[in-house]
Design a protein around this ligand. Structure first.
Ligand code: AMP
Length: 283
């Protein structure tokens, strides 16, 4: 496995790969890797000859300094996990390399309506930071395929738009969410929760399932489905809900009848013991 910290060395390596007509898969991550990330890595390894995993905690996509400071970082165990998964390349640049101006907010990106709701609304500037850093990675790596988790479904919709509108010649692959045995979506942030708090966090999955079941039976009963789920979640005193919404999975627009859309998702964001978690289910 190769580990690169500079753009020039990575590009030199990838130029050689490309000259041998080999396909390149890119898996962007912020590290603190778990089985969810590894699902992306494994799929990329199956579908490409070379897999590049980026590990970079991108300051531009954090709107909360405390969240950025507390974000778990563990490059050593990440490298070990990637090595045993047979990943080919790690790219782990510094902030100085990714933002040569010294200011991670010096470029901003407005990716339109899909970034105005849910995560975009509650984390102002988040998708601008995501769009900028991914544009940089797409230019540096120039992959054939890029892998994202369904766990961050709105990010998938935003990146689809970025690829389409900026004419990036690459394919986005969405990988299903990996969960623990209770249904809790794996997340790097889960490491900040106690065992008891993780049990509470798994209630978010149950909440999503209540909405899903109701809507599969009554496709227009959005309000009722949400109310039923919320009355379940209200019993959990440690959960501070931010949003629970039913949206079109492609553009994150509103839904009044789930049958009128190609793909519909129910999305949730909540704080548990001060840790912000998100999850979603496709209907
Ligand atoms: P992150 O390191 O949180 O930025 O995540 C990097 C990538 O891994 C993103 O595409 C995430 O959607 C994906 N990912 C994170 N958690 C999971 C999970 N539990 N299942 C599948 N993919 C995930």
């Amino acid at each position: 496995m190769h580990i690169f910290e500079t753009i020039s060395l990575l590009k030199k390596f990838l130029a050689e790969v490309r000259s041998q007509q080999k396909s390149i898969g890119l898996v962007p991550t912020m590290g603190a890797l778990h089985e969810g990330h590894l699902a992306l890595i494994r799929q990329s390894l199956e579908e490409n000859e070379i897999t590049v995993c980026t590990i970079y905690v991108n300051p531009a996509q954090f709107n909360n300094a405390d969240d950025l400071a507390k974000y778990p970082r563990n490059i050593k165990s990440d490298a070990e996990m990637l090595q045993s998964a047979n990943c080919d390349v790690i790219f782990c640049p510094s902030n100085e390399i990714m933002y040569p101006d010294g200011n991670d907010k010096s470029i901003k990106m407005d990716l339109g309506d899909v970034t105005q709701v849910l995560e975009g609304k509650y984390r102002p500037g988040h998708f601008s930071g995501v769009g900028v850093v991914l544009t940089k990675f797409f230019h540096i790596v120039d992959p054939h395929r890029v892998y994202f988790g369904q766990k961050d479904l709105q990010q998938v919709a935003v990146v689809q738009k970025l690829i389409r509108e900026l004419f990036f010649k690459l394919q986005l692959i969405r990988v299903p969410t990996v969960r623990d045995q209770r249904g809790l979506a794996l997340s790097s942030r889960n490491s900040r929760l106690s065992e008891e708090e993780r049990v509470t966090a798994a209630k978010l999955f149950q909440t999503l399932n209540i909405v899903k079941q109701t809507l599969l039976e009554q496709p227009t009963a959005i309000k009722e489905a949400k109310e039923e789920a919320l009355s379940f979640l209200r019993k959990e005193k440690k959960v501070e809900l931010e949003y629970l919404e039913v949206v079109d999975a492609n553009n994150f627009g509103t839904v009044s009848d789930i049958h009128n859309h190609q793909e519909v998702a129910v999305c949730i964001a909540a704080y548990i013991a001060g840790v912000r978690l998100i999850d979603n289910l496709l209907l």
